[in-house]
Design a protein around this ligand. Structure first.
Ligand code: UDX
Length: 489
């Protein structure tokens, strides 16, 4: 079948296909983007894996929430793994690619209404750019990691050429001087792959390289940040991708646009069941007295690290609400009984849940700080709510982001790599008591700038409008003509 983006195509109405990474954080941001597109009147298809769609439907009202938008639909595919598979990130990504590549080609071949006019994949799905280009459909990747990490990725070719990566030797405090804009800041221990000894064999390094090669071949790039937070790096990123739409913080953009439509922000996009008792517990705590502890949806800790955090928190004397996911540790002794014993040991000042309504938790007046793994959504959510952070970064963008939290934005402390109860105790007291006002002042300023950026006329508000306008033009595009070679002769 031929796909011809011809004069007839100019009659096509704009239709975006969103394709998130099959993990919590990108699903959350992509659903926010999907709802924003629905409010803008676009036709939207959200491509989710069967596995995640089931979890989403089990734990949220996502189906009924989106049913109010007649031009929205979910589309699901297998991620290629059996249901009981543990779905490690690497296996999930390669297995999904094998299913998604032919699937995307088929979907983009469909010319009957509503034909897809623009694909918005997670930027890690570099192959979607090739497929779109091959078939004459514009692709605008959404990079759901932190822009500071994306900029490090985009600098990889320079770093390889300069001999900075792969690393020689084990000196983790050595500075990496060849990332423009980060001179004197970025140490090896802040690098996304901080023990990188071989770029060819490191799966994640290879994925990052493929991603950055696909970005300049895309129609544009979407980032979930705001100009006042990442301005200097955004200029550098734009030297690789001039059409970079900076539309964050997305949850605030959505809140503003829903209000424009006289609607209110509704419920969650969680793949796990939210324990609402955490909010009741917070209701009974004094203002800014509690530190929220959560390591996101994927990061794991050893049982030893969990115990160091626990003792440090208990010894600090500060109240805490801790999300202990059932898969927070892969070690066998970490089980329900172990968690229960920990929680029972400090009932008067601590509360433990397996999954929390995080955005509501961070918005709660009883929360004074956030001990986080520095996932990009968690970081943005914390900034939006004006909560300073202690960062325990585990991998990838978290390592760069945490450095920025501590040294650039100065809205918290970067613990990094040394996890013992004395350090935890000291940093918790520092964040919540000793330097509380200093951190609060810096993060409140950013929070206000974030709100301004998505207010009417603000840079993120305008950027979203440009994005929608550009997508509408793509629907009328009449230049690219693609004829499937297999159909000739
Ligand atoms: C993954 C990667 O680990 C991270 O490096 C990258 O920046 C994004 O993708 P994840 O572990 O999912 O991140 O963390 P994060 O980006 O912080 O997102 C977690 C999401 O889950 C947040 O939106 C948060 O609100 C939500 N959440 C988390 C809950 O709703 N409840 C919880 O109990 C914990």
């Amino acid at each position: 079948m031929d796909y011809e983006n011809t004069a007839e195509a100019s009659e096509m109405s704009p239709h975006v296909l969103l394709f998130p990474l099959p993990i919590q954080s990108p699903i959350n941001s992509m659903l926010q983007l999907a709802e924003l597109f629905c409010l803008a009147g676009l036709q939207v298809t959200f491509l989710n894996t069967n596995h995640n769609q089931q979890l989403l439907c089990r734990h949220t009202d996502v189906q009924s929430r989106f049913s109010q938008y007649p031009k929205f639909r979910f589309l699901t595919i297998s991620d290629g793994l059996p249901e009981e598979h543990p779905r490690s990130f690497g296996e999930l990504i390669s297995s999904l690619q094998a299913v998604a590549e032919p699937f995307l080609r088929e979907v983009l071949l469909l010319t009957e209404e509503p034909a897809v006019t623009c694909v918005i994949p997670d930027a890690l799905f570099y192959y979607a750019v090739d497929i779109g280009n091959e078939m004459g459909v514009s692709v605008i990747p959404f990079d759901t990691i932190s822009p500071c990490c994306l900029w490090v990725y985009l600098s990889f070719p320079n770093l390889i050429q300069a001999g900075d990566i792969p690393f020689k030797g084990n000196e983790l405090d050595m500075l990496i001087e060849n990332v423009p804009g980060m001179k004197g800041l970025l140490r090896r221990r802040d690098f996304p792959f901080y023990r990188l000894t071989n770029c060819e064999t490191d799966l994640f390094c290879q994925l990052a390289l493929k991603e950055i090669h696909s970005i300049p071949r895309s129609h544009g790039l979407i980032l979930n940040t705001f100009e006042d937070l990442d301005g200097p790096l955004l200029s550098l990123i734009r030297s690789h991708c001039p059409q970079t739409y900076v539309v964050g913080p997305l949850q605030l953009q959505l809140k503003t646009r829903l209000a424009d439509h006289k609607r209110i922000m509704s419920s969650s996009n969680s793949l796990w069941e939210e324990d609402l008792s955490s909010i009741q517990w917070l209701d009974a705590q004094p203002i800014e007295s509690v530190i929220y502890v959560s390591f996101g949806s994927l990061a794991t800790l050893t049982k030893g690290e969990i115990l160091e955090f626990w003792h440090g928190l208990v010894n600090s004397g500060i109240r805490f609400l801790w999300v202990m996911r059932s898969n927070l540790s892969r070690e066998e002794e970490f089980n329900h009984q172990f968690v229960k014993e920990l929680a029972d040991g400090c009932k008067e000042r601590a509360y433990v849940v397996t999954w929390a309504p995080q955005e509501k938790v961070l918005a709660h007046p009883a929360i004074g700080g956030f001990l986080t793994h520095s996932g990009w959504n968690s970081t943005m959510e914390s900034i939006v709510q004006g909560k300073p952070m202690i960062c325990w970064a585990v991998y990838v963008d978290q390592r760069v982001t945490s450095r920025f939290v501590g040294e650039v934005w100065k809205i918290g402390l970067d613990m990094k790599d040394i996890c013992d109860r004395y350090i935890v105790e000291k940093e918790v007291k520092d964040l919540m008591v000793t330097n509380k006002d200093k951190f609060k002042k810096s993060v409140d300023k950013l929070s206000m700038l974030a709100k301004n950026s998505v207010g009417q006329g603000g840079p993120s508000y305008n950027a979203f409008q440009y994005l929608v306008d550009d997508i509408k033009k793509l629907g009328r595009r009449d230049k690219d003509i693609y004829i499937n070679p297999s159909s000739i002769g």
